[in-house]
Structure formats: C-alpha cells, structure tokens
Write a protein that binds this ligand. Structure first.
Ligand code: 6CS
Length: 312
C-alpha cells in the first residue's frame, strides 16, 4: 500500500529532507510505500492540514505558525526569545521536552492528529527593504507573518504592522509592495530567493523555526503495533538526521546569498540593539496566556522548565 505525506517546503529544503529520510526508513523496513507531496502540489498549509484531518493524507508536516490557528497552544513557539540560540541546548530541548512529548500530543489528538515529531529548522531572521536596528525602524512596515494571532501580537510588539498571509503569496506580495518585510529561517531566505525581493537581512536572535510532523490519528490507531513502531522509528531516525542537516544548511546560507546578491545588507544586531525586542517577551507571554488560559499557562511553564533542564 501507499501512504501519502505532504509538507510545506520543496523536496531539497529541510522539511523535504526530513520527509525523504522518513520515506527511506519506512520503505527499507517494510513493504509500505510513501508518496511525497512537496509544497504547491496540494495547496497551502491549511489545505494539506484539512486533507490530513480528513484522512486523504496519512502524514502531514505543518508548522505551529499555521497550526496555531487550530491548536492555540502551539503558538507558544512564537513567544520571542523563548528558545535558546545554542544548538546543544536546542537539540536537547527538542529531544527531551515534556511539553513536546507529553503535553502537546493530546492536543493534537483532539484534532484527529498523532504528533510524531517536532524539530527546529534554524534561526529566524527578518528580511526588509530598509535597515532595522530598533522597533522604530519597523514603524509603518507591513510585515508578513504566518497565520496565527500570537505572531501578530509579537510583531505588533516589535513595532511593525503584521500582515498574516499563507506562504504562497509572500514572494508576489513583496514584489508588488503589499508587504515590506517577512521572517523565516536562514536557509529558507536563500532557497526561496527572498533576497531578490528584499534588500536587508536582520537577525535579532528572537526565534528558531519549529515545525511538526503528524499522522492522521484514525489511520495511525488502526495500524498494528509493528507498523506503529515502524513509523515511530522512521520519525526518530529522520529527526536525528535533520538536526545536523539543517544547521549546515543555515550556516552556508548567508554566503550563498552574498554570492547571488553582493549588495545585500546583513545585520546581526548587537546585544544592546536587541534589548527593546527582548523587552517584548513578557507582553507576548501575557497575550499567549490570554488566548489559551490554564492549558497554555501549563505548557509555557513546562516549556520553561524543559528549557532550563536542556541548558544544563
Ligand atoms: O513562512 C512560511 O510560511 C514557510 N516557512 C518555512 C520555513 N517553511 C514552511 C512555511 O510555509
């Protein structure tokens, strides 16, 4: 039989590489086949999520940036400066987090989804038309964000005018000037040629892009133990594989961008310049708890405890 798996990126981007590894593992260890559907083949992220919930797809990769609309608690990944910058702590967090491995799965299950894996895609940086050294520089900048309310709050706090859009509209909207800024992990700024339609890259260390892979829950629950184990093993193998892969891709991205566009301005903001951005995190946390109540508060507290443990 053939299992269908859609993701939000191209085959050679991070989600595509994870999916390829997952497919390889499944096919090497069973008679099942995986058919991969990269971004654009089945619609936008909201469409593939609907298809996965309906059981038309067995697997889907959808980032919390979009899932936050469905599972408000998943927006916790958009509290600025929550995730650490160093990879050792970050990987340890994703491997061991009780929030990820125990608190989130029931929330996904309520939406008909079996959460298989959450993994990082790299440091998120902004691309804009003009340099950004402070929140004042984002004043009047229509800034595209993924479609969730907390990211809107976060970019409001950063001083911008947030504009939620699905990914497929971003390049065109930037080209025609409907938006003047967006954020994404470093590798993605290069692979999607965001530098063609923006002139400045700014890194403020505020986030690492998180994504999630899940299975349709009825499909998963209907499988025998052996197949369920096969899927868990494939997800674990792909997770371990992608950690280093995405780091390498992110590390080489700015060199590649400079080659393609020598006049690009890349600014890594200093600790001093980051301060006003960092100062927004408390108000965004409050907004998060306002949107998610006790469950959100529990998840945020658990995330912090997990991060504390991971940084030791
Ligand atoms: O910004 C977005 O919408 C997209 N960014 C990444 C890194 N992956 C997929 C997502 O659609």
């Amino acid at each position: 039989d053939t299992w269908r798996y859609a993701f939000e990126e191209a085959l050679e981007e991070v989600q595509g590489k994870y999916a390829q590894k997952f497919k390889e593992e499944i096919e090497a260890n069973s008679d099942h086949e995986i058919q991969l559907f990269p971004f654009g083949t089945l619609g936008e992220s909201v469409d593939t999520m609907e298809q996965a919930q309906a059981g038309i797809l067995q697997f889907v990769d959808q980032s919390p940036g979009f899932t936050g609309a469905l599972i408000p608690e998943a927006q916790v990944f958009f509290v600025p400066y929550l995730l650490p910058q160093d990879n050792e702590s970050l990987f340890k967090f994703f491997r061991d987090s009780k929030a990820i491995h125990e608190l989130f799965p029931p929330l996904y299950a309520e939406q008909g989804l079996e959460l298989l894996s959450m993994f990082p895609e790299g440091e998120v940086c902004m691309t804009t038309q003009e340099p950004v050294h402070s929140p004042e520089d984002l004043n009047e900048v229509k800034f595209r964000v993924m479609t969730n309310p907390l990211l809107v709050e976060s970019y409001k706090a950063f001083g911008a005018t947030p504009t939620p859009l699905p990914w497929g509209e971003v390049y065109g909207a930037m080209q025609t000037g409907i938006i003047q800024g967006q954020e994404n992990p470093r590798f993605f700024l290069e692979s999607t040629k965001m530098y063609e339609v923006t002139d400045v890259i700014t890194c403020i260390g505020h986030n690492n892009f998180t994504t999630a892979v899940m299975a349709n829950k009825d499909f998963y629950d209907g499988l025998g133990e052996e197949d369920q184990q096969l899927i868990q093993n494939a997800a674990d193998a792909a997770f371990e594989y992608i950690l280093d892969y995405q780091v390498a891709l992110g590390d080489e991205s700015f060199e590649k961008i400079k080659e393609a566009k020598p006049e690009i301005e890349i600014n890594i903001l200093s600790e001093e310049e980051r301060k006003p951005f960092m100062a927004t995190s408390a108000s965004v946390e409050e907004a998060f708890i306002g949107m998610t109540g006790d469950k959100g508060a529990e998840i945020l507290a658990q995330m912090k405890a997990d991060l504390e443990a991971a940084s030791k």
